[in-house]
Design a protein around this ligand. Structure first.
Ligand SMILES: *Cc1c(COP(=O)(O)O)cnc(C)c1O
Length: 224
């Protein structure tokens, strides 16, 4: 192994306050890197491609909690529904309904986050704040018994300007508080704010994050 995964992992963990969880983003990284992090006690990993994830699930320890962090096509939901621990990037009612349907088949309740689009980039997925308000106002989600909305997820703009990034995280945090009051005051589950990646997770933990998604800093550059 050319990357010292154990050392990198402990550095990141050392930077996190106790109440902030790490999702180690292992997409495009080999199984041995995941095993190295696992051996150090890491149990939560994130992947963004269904096929790659399915392969890893088969060969890696069964007590890993897998988060799906990428854009998920509705026709792929059925493959991950039996085991996925959290689907982080839900950005439509259609996807939410499909997750509910597939979860029901396995008699599960699947944890999800609603993905927000706050960053400047046009290519990014996610709900605008207004679209997210609409989705919740519509109320259909309340009838879905096999999903549990646990909070929000977002990616900040891909910039070195940590001030702008911080402002985007703050926007997301304020929006979380708004939704908490309007829709989730009685929900203990609605508590997660998944933001912060390798280049901005230190900013994220100072700006409302409860869950960071760090890949490159732990596993090195991805080989595509
Ligand atoms: C790849 C990815 C990450 C991790 O990015 P790094 O810069 O490698 O830390 C986090 N979140 C999402 C949604 C990703 O796709």
């Amino acid at each position: 192994m050319t990357v010292d995964v154990a050392k990198n992992l402990h550095e990141v963990l050392g930077n996190l306050p106790q109440d902030i969880r790490l999702v180690a983003i292992s997409k495009y990284h080999p199984d041995e890197y995941i095993r190295a992090a696992y051996a150090e006690g890491q149990r939560v990993f994130g992947e963004s491609h269904e096929q790659e994830l399915s392969h890893k699930v088969e060969i890696l320890p069964k007590d890993i909690e897998w988060h799906f962090i990428g854009h998920l096509q509705t026709n792929k939901v059925k493959y991950i529904a039996p085991y996925i621990s959290m689907i982080e990037a839900v950005d439509s009612l259609k996807l939410l309904k499909e997750i509910d349907k597939q979860a029901a088949k396995h008699d599960r309740i699947i944890n999800v986050l609603l993905e927000l689009h706050i960053a400047k980039e046009e290519t990014k997925y996610g709900l605008t704040l207004d679209a997210c308000r609409e989705l919740l106002k519509d109320g259909t989600w309340r009838t879905l018994g096999h999903i549990r909305i646990c909070g929000l997820m977002m990616m900040a703009s891909n910039t070195d300007d940590q001030k702008q990034i911080a402002a985007e995280f703050d926007t997301a945090t304020r929006f979380f508080e708004e939704l908490k009051v309007c829709y989730f005051a009685d929900s203990e589950a609605f508590k997660e704010r998944s933001w912060g990646m390798s280049h901005d997770y230190l900013t994220a933990i100072a700006h409302g994050s409860t869950m960071v998604r760090v890949g490159t800093t732990i596993f090195g550059p991805r080989v595509y």
